[in-house]
Design a protein around this ligand. Structure first.
Ligand code: NAP
Length: 284
């Protein structure tokens, strides 16, 4: 039976570290602050915003909310980004995406100063993920996976990591972070052939296709570590990942549940990025 890698436990440990770091910064007169920019009232955005606010509050990180109506124009968002870039009391900015189609999302996200880009929304931050230079921060979910592995003492070095999914939000940056930790990495996507043969070679299998139940027991190598990043709904409307959890429990050495896995670490990582951004900006 596989070990269950609890994101709630790993997230709680990171939350505690965050709280301690904020206390130390406050002793230096620095109060970390996250600005959340939201356009419209999409339920997914509202849920993420509530979660981020709660996590920030618990760690002692301030939150400013900048809310725009669904009909907002690109120029209004651009001037908000400029205002936030110039505001010394704001250290991190989270723009809830995707934005409505009428807005120029690429221009708006790239208007942010990468130093305040706590979730890799600018092209410059993303370049830092690929070059290994400290420009902004990597995407929170990719870092959350690395935190989970680290918390449970799983070292990617020398392991064959197979990542299902090549999005810029997760697959590609996660592959780069694994490479930095000396894993040998394969990235699979919807055009990959013989997916089962490839996943069966994985010591570390990261699943981020966004397809409920796609990864069955026969795709998992005996003794692999399986990280399920997918967030989907099953036929009954319950939250589930990409992996058939019961199969992974029987086949893998360790597996993350959904819910309570990677997602539970992601907002703790967001808060840690705001704290680090505040330290970098204020100690410069
Ligand atoms: P995405 O942009 O839709 O990308 C999905 C990727 O999976 C694509 O690269 C796609 O290949 C690949 N794919 C789809 N079906 C496949 C198949 N049958 N075989 C192999 N590859 C396949 O999604 P995303 O933004 O990366 O998110 C992926 C999942 O992670 C979603 O369920 C999302 O909700 C979840 N997520 C979770 C968190 C968290 O905090 N836990 C955060 C972000 C995302 P192509 O490139 O060829 O189309």
């Amino acid at each position: 039976m596989a070990r269950v890698l609890s994101g709630r436990e790993a997230g709680a440990a990171l939350n505690e570290k965050n709280r301690e770091k904020v206390e130390r910064l406050k002793a230096e007169g620095i109060s970390p602050c996250l600005a959340i920019v939201r356009v419209g009232c999409e339920p997914g955005d509202l849920a993420y915003e509530r979660n981020a606010e709660k996590r920030c509050e618990k760690a002692g990180v301030l939150v400013q909310k900048k809310i725009f109506p669904r009909e907002a124009e690109t120029k209004e968002l651009l001037s908000m980004m400029e205002e936030l870039n110039q505001d010394p009391s704001v250290h991190g900015v989270l723009l809830l995406r995707p934005l409505p189609d009428e807005l120029d999302e690429e221009q708006i996200r790239n208007a942010l100063d990468p130093k305040k880009d706590v979730d890799a929304m600018t092209d410059l931050s993303m370049s830092g993920v690929f070059s290994g230079r400290k420009i902004g921060f990597p995407p929170c979910t990719a870092v959350a996976v690395m935190e989970l592995l680290d918390y449970y003492g799983i070292d990617p070095a020398g392991k064959h990591a197979v990542v299902i999914g090549r999005s810029l939000v997760f697959g590609r940056p996660a592959a780069m972070l694994l490479l930095q930790k000396n894993a040998t990495v394969s990235i699979l996507h919807s055009r990959s052939r013989n997916i089962r043969d490839l996943t069966c070679q994985a010591d570390l299998l990261l699943c981020a296709a966004g397809r409920a139940g796609m990864v069955t027991g026969e795709m998992i190598r005996e003794g692999a570590v399986v990280i399920d990043v997918g967030i989907n709904e099953d036929a009954e409307g319950n939250l589930c990942g990409d992996v058939v959890y019961e199969d992974a429990l029987l086949k893998a050495e360790a597996v993350t549940p959904v819910p309570g896995g990677v997602g539970a670490v992601t907002t703790a990582v967001l808060v840690s990025h705001v704290i680090e951004a505040a330290a970098r900006l204020c100690r410069m």
